[in-house]
Design a protein around this ligand. Sequence first.
Ligand SMILES: NC(=O)c1ccc[n+]([C@@H]2O[C@H](COP(=O)([O-])OP(=O)(O)OC[C@H]3O[C@@H](n4cnc5c(N)ncnc54)[C@H](O)[C@@H]3O)[C@@H](O)[C@H]2O)c1
Length: 246
Amino acid sequence: MFDLSGLTALVTGAGQGVGRGVAAALATRGAAVAVNDILGERAREVCDELNLHRPGSAVAAPFDVTDLRSVLEAVRALPAIDILVNNAGVGGAEPMRVERFRSMDPENWEGPIRVNLHGVMNCCHAVVDPMCERGWGRIITISSGAGTAGTRIGVSPYAAGKGGGIAFTRALALEVARDGVTANTLALGLMTNEADEIDSALARSIPVGRVGSPQDVGAACVWLASREAGWVTGQTIEINGGSITT
Ligand SMILES: NC(=O)c1ccc[n+]([C@@H]2O[C@H](COP(=O)([O-])OP(=O)(O)OC[C@H]3O[C@@H](n4cnc5c(N)ncnc54)[C@H](O)[C@@H]3O)[C@@H](O)[C@H]2O)c1
């Protein structure tokens, strides 16, 4: 069950963190993986790591998901993509800019929306036609509790981008459902790489008693990407250790 042999995946923003874990999980289940990151060096490092375990299973695909022309060029140069994981995401001018909307410079609205929403749309645009033509595809968008429930003060443009990604993925799912293509979103709660800076009391407040890990997300992606998950589409699944808010 959940054997991904013979399938090719593209994971965006896979040079570190959650995306890196997702790429590793898909490769472990037999998928060939195109490892994207805006930082080529990061993508190549992850690629080398995956190829060490399964030679020839990974290829680096560095590009900026917000640049449609680069996305299209890069995807054209890759084998046909069966599985797209839209993972690349940022919080703002710096990673996860925290600032109340009332004091925010409007110039800082655009960044999080471009990566978290337009980046998702660009990558979907590049792969969805060929998926429909082949009659099979899996699209997974990595979002956040910020996009479903708001959850944190000071991240409104991020929430807008993440919420937009959820709405877009759901709407796309309906359009391509009869073509064998599923599209789902994983809305993540508090993850390990943020946890170092987080009060451990906050981590303990998560019902399962710990923050999430890239492996937790990787396992969910393996399921959604699998041949067995063909009846799951248009869903937003909260991966957050049982938190009501994160
Ligand atoms: N870490 C968390 O606690 C958390 C919580 C909820 C949701 N998320 C979401 O999970 C995803 C991964 O988060 P993470 O914590 O691993 O992030 P991260 O910042 O550790 O890694 C993101 C990677 O994406 C790359 N990237 C950034 N902009 C890009 C672009 N324009 N094109 C291509 N690559 C780009 C970065 O270089 C980086 O390697 C994001 O979508 C994030 O919003 C994370």
